[in-house]
Design a protein around this ligand. Structure first.
Ligand code: CDP
Length: 254
């Protein structure tokens, strides 16, 4: 880890300079935070699982033509990604009412929404990631109209694809957060899916029992957090039936 120059340390990941210009190494930590950093903890093995889960989801999305920053997984906790300029928005997609939507609007948690909703929050921890509208986004130049159109198109495709993928393994995709970046490639600039998609950034409920299989187990002290992340990975087919102990190099889980 010390070989490379650290570019940035976030709550759940560290970014290092990549081996070639225009590349970055994303290192996944076990650290977990919630409620805008007010709650902190560790979920053992989370970084390893999120690295694998995000790799799988980004790869599948790439296969259906969604441009992503993902290049390849390097090892248990690291993946190589394209360097992008992050668009400072958290794009939230909701299929079922939960979390802040239920709190703000009094919609009972678990209500299936008649249509999927996209919300935007400004990425700004000091302000608590406030929700913003397209008006704010274009007024303050966080993204252009054209970029927002692209973001909406990609987000709806990502949502449809991921809903189906999770349904196939008995999981309801309640809501999730994604981020996009601008990838400068010569004279060309493209909006690409960036960051990660994992149980840290999704609400995933078991279809039969409605049990939560995501970071809400940590946020709400529900216990069995590690087990929930492992179960998502197992159903996605990236964890041996017998658990993470059987993964090559499993000592890196600790
Ligand atoms: O996370 P919280 O319930 O406070 O906010 P939300 O707006 O209900 O979150 C919607 C979805 O976006 C959930 O799946 C969250 O895990 C995810 N999210 C995230 O990954 N990071 C954030 N900073 C905010 C939301």
């Amino acid at each position: 880890m010390n070989r490379r120059k650290q570019i940035y340390e976030g709550k759940a990941k560290v970014l290092f300079q990549g081996p070639e210009p225009g590349t970055i190494v994303q290192y996944f930590k076990d650290d977990a935070t919630a409620f805008n950093n007010k709650k902190k903890g560790t979920i053992t093995g989370k970084g390893v699982l999120n690295n694998r889960i995000s790799e799988l989801l980004m790869t599948r999305l790439g296969e259906i033509g969604i441009p992503t920053h993902f290049i390849k997984r390097l090892n248990m906790r690291e993946q190589l990604v394209r360097e992008v300029e992050i668009i400072p928005l958290e794009v939230i997609v909701r299929n079922i009412a939960a979390g802040t939507l239920s709190q703000r609007l009094g919609i009972e948690e678990g209500t299936t929404l008649p249509r999927s909703i996209i919300e935007y929050c400004l990425k700004n921890d000091a302000l608590g990631d406030p929700m913003v509208t397209e008006e704010h986004i274009s007024c303050f130049g966080w993204a252009t109209h054209q970029e927002l159109d692209e973001i909406v198109n990609l987000t709806l495709r990502i949502n449809d694809f991921l809903c189906g993928l999770f349904q196939g393994i008995g999981i309801r995709l309640v809501d999730f957060k994604i981020e996009f970046g601008r990838w400068y490639n010569g004279d060309d600039v493209r909006v690409v899916l960036a960051d990660e998609i994992s149980p840290d950034s999704c609400r995933l409920w078991d279809m039969k029992t409605n049990e939560k299989m995501d970071k809400d187990r940590f946020r709400r002290d529900l216990g069995k957090v590690e087990e929930a992340y492992q179960e998502v990975a197992r159903r996605l087919g990236i964890l041996p039936e017998s658990g993470p102990g059987d993964m090559p190099g499993s000592k890196a889980m600790q």
